[in-house]
Design a protein around this ligand. Sequence first.
Ligand SMILES: O=C(O)CCC(=O)C(=O)O
Ligand SMILES: [Fe+2]
Length: 258
Amino acid sequence: MEVFPSLPSATAIALAGDMSTRGYGIAENCISIEALTELRRFIHDSVNQTGGEYIAFGGPDAMRGTFLQDLAASANFQTLCRELYSSGMQKPAPPVSFYQVLRCLAGKTGEQHAYRFHYDSYVLTILVPILIPAEGQPGHLIMFPNTRPVRRTYLGNLIDKLFLDNRLTQNRLRKGVISGRLKPERIKMQPGNAYFFWGCRSIHTNEPCDPDKIRATALFHYVDPYADSWLRQTLLRLRNRKPQMSMAAPEARAPQPA
Ligand SMILES: O=C(O)CCC(=O)C(=O)O
Ligand SMILES: [Fe+2]
């Protein structure tokens, strides 16, 4: 069953235009209420099991049997992502699947997952909001759009990440945003819509939400430009050799920003 509308190519062109100008494009009313209701039930159950704290699911096994698996398999959704990729990258998308994450912010631990400014490792990011608190702090997505090109090499990408992923830069960005000195795009997401942006080109994160609320977002990461990089594979192998990583159950390990 097709779970995503077939969008006219004019809509895809408009989305791509918005992604390159203001940083993000919105496909409106493309996720059904039934799908949101089913996912919300799953999210409420999962957060209850953690005692009201943060939980995240990564990889295809965690999504099996849910709407998120159907969406990743949807021909219409895949076609749109391929079109956006090829229009942004000026080359056809390789035949790859999505790297999927479902993030549920709740409790004190949820607050710790705010203001983690990052670039995604994948070119295109699709964010599907499932639960956004209607009152208090909703945990908006904030973004400095298209602050870099897609780096040609993994090393180039790594150098950017080192400049961003350190305490000094993170503190500066957080303080700048909180004081209003820095003015990122602040995206007030509405469940039912899907949000598209160049995740690997745009510094982004979410603001905190109230600890007694749940904020849940599904992320679809599309096309890892460095999948074949020797350096990347070597670093991954070294990291996976560390015993504490391999001993944790996959679902207990919170996925890092891709
Ligand atoms: O949940 C969000 O608003 C953003 C999460 C994100 O950027 C990521 O997981 O890569
Ligand atoms: Fe991200």
